[in-house]
Design a protein around this ligand. Structure first.
Ligand SMILES: [Fe+2]
Length: 469
């Protein structure tokens, strides 16, 4: 559990803050400031909330004592100060103070600032690139209290260091011999891991054009020389906070995208598995045509691939073709399995599987192609098909594809009343149907598939392994 030491002269304020922090789940020990160092020495704390009075605000002697005592010097500190108290920020940050809470503070302000401070246990790394040793020393001296500092005396050295490890922020002098600040920013955009590295430019050029150019090159802020350290520290803190916030946001978006993708994949798997189960139920109705739906789906997908359709569309067509005969579930087995010739009435009932399939699938509005395939896969290109007598391009393309694949499989598979037809016969039947039964373009693709299938592997013969005759 996170342990916080609270030390303030103001007893009432201490009580309130202690209550807020305990409610937020922290372990809090409240002591008077004179016992603060003793407590820090005797026990481990993650954070010190230290009240300062106006009398001591300038020098902050307790903070200085803490920092000068090696056994407690690394404790994180948030100062508690009254709303009107003037604080020497440069001195405070020099002493490693993380933040301030103005009294009286709202509970959410207290918990937020404590949470932020605890997240700063890992020190941010700032890379300072400046060819002026005086500037490097001045920045390092003030910033090293709160941050890990790396320095580079040139643009090239800065780039070498960034390639080794990307810092949390780059403080970049604009005018350097060799590679200047603009060139560094340009080079950064080519390093994938450094694309989001926040840059604060330091420059002596205090003119509008330079400022505009600095931002165009992707810097998040700039400081003009001579540097006012108090302002520089505030800007660096703000930019780091903003950068961390952006990183968290990016991480959150990435996580959300991953979650969404996983949910989509689960939904897709559910949808696919439901379709496979239904296709299995259709094929189980007729042992002789078992596997028909799957084969028609495979042929339809291959036709779609050869038509130049993308992976998504190919998969969609595969699923639609799997369910093209779903209406057969509603047809009595006695008619489906009948080995002999069907009566007119029986033929009418068999033909109704198209509309029955449509009725079953029409409410699946997220996949409207499903019912299209079921209803119109027995339409003919010349308009003499069923159930609606649609003609030519009025027949949805997906139904025209399934129609060819369906007829091909019917001819190339054993049936209850005959064995699979020879490949040459199947080919000539398809050829003969171009422009009458089948869309000629799609039919020609099927013929090309037959021609590529030299061993007649696209054949479903249970009892009679087929020989070309
Ligand atoms: Fe059918």
């Amino acid at each position: 559990m996170v342990r916080i030491l609270l030390s303030d002269h103001d007893e009432m304020n201490s009580m309130i803050i202690e209550m807020i922090l305990r409610k937020a789940g922290y372990e809090v020990l409240s002591v008077a400031p004179e016992f603060c160092i003793g407590e820090l020495k005797s026990s481990r704390f993650d954070l010190l909330l230290l009240g300062i009075s106006s009398v001591h605000s300038e020098g902050m002697p307790i903070v200085e004592w803490i920092r000068s005592d090696a056994s407690v010097a690394d404790i994180k500190i948030i100062l508690l100060a009254s709303s009107t108290m003037k604080i020497d920020l440069t001195n405070a940050y020099r002493l490693g103070v993380l933040d301030f809470i103005r009294k009286p503070a709202l509970p959410e302000v207290v918990t937020q600032k404590v949470r932020d401070a605890l997240q700063k246990i890992r020190k941010d790394t700032i890379l300072i690139a400046d060819d002026d040793p005086g500037n490097l020393i001045a920045f390092t001296e003030i910033l090293s209290i709160c941050y890990s500092i790396r320095t580079a005396a040139s643009g090239r050295e800065a780039m070498d260091l960034i390639r080794q490890e990307v810092p949390d922020l780059l403080l970049l002098d604009l005018h350097m011999p060799g590679m200047d600040g603009f060139e560094v920013m340009e080079a950064l955009s080519e390093i994938e891991s450094a694309r989001n590295l926040p840059v604060i430019v330091v420059t002596a050029d205090d003119d509008v054009d330079t400022a505009a150019e600095i931002f165009q090159y992707g810097a998040m802020d700039y400081l003009t020389k001579p540097i006012v350290m108090q302002v520089a520290i505030q800007r660096i803190r703000r930019i780091l906070e903003l950068s961390h916030f952006q990183n968290e946001l990016r991480d959150e978006i990435r996580q959300k995208n991953r979650d969404l993708l996983a949910a989509n994949m689960r939904l897709q798997a559910l949808s696919d598995q439901t379709i496979y189960a239904l296709a299995g139920a259709i094929d189980a109705k007729d042992a002789y045509t078992n596997g028909h739906s799957r084969r028609v789906a495979q042929y339809s997908r291959e036709i779609a691939r050869r038509m130049g359709k993308g992976q998504y569309e190919q998969n969609e067509i595969y699923n639609v073709a799997l369910l093209h005969d779903i209406g057969k579930i509603a047809i009595p087995n006695g008619i489906i399995d009948k080995p002999g010739k069907l009566t007119d009435e029986e033929y009418r009932i068999i033909k109704s599987h198209t509309v029955r399939g449509y009725e079953i699938l029409k409410n699946i509005t997220v996949m409207p192609l499903l019912y299209i395939g079921a209803r119109w896969h027995h339409e003919r290109y010349d308009g003499r098909g069923y159930p609606d007598g649609k003609k030519g391009q009025d027949i949805p393309e997906i139904a025209r594809i399934i129609s060819v694949a369906d007829c091909y499989d019917a001819m190339s598979s054993d049936r209850s009343y005959r064995e699979a037809l020879p490949q040459r016969k199947v080919r000539s039947e398809i050829e003969e149907g171009l422009g009458t039964q089948f869309d000629p373009e799609i039919g020609r693709i099927m013929i090309a598939m037959i021609d590529d299938d030299r061993d007649y592997r696209m054949c479903h013969s249970v009892c009679f392994p087929h020989q070309e005759s």
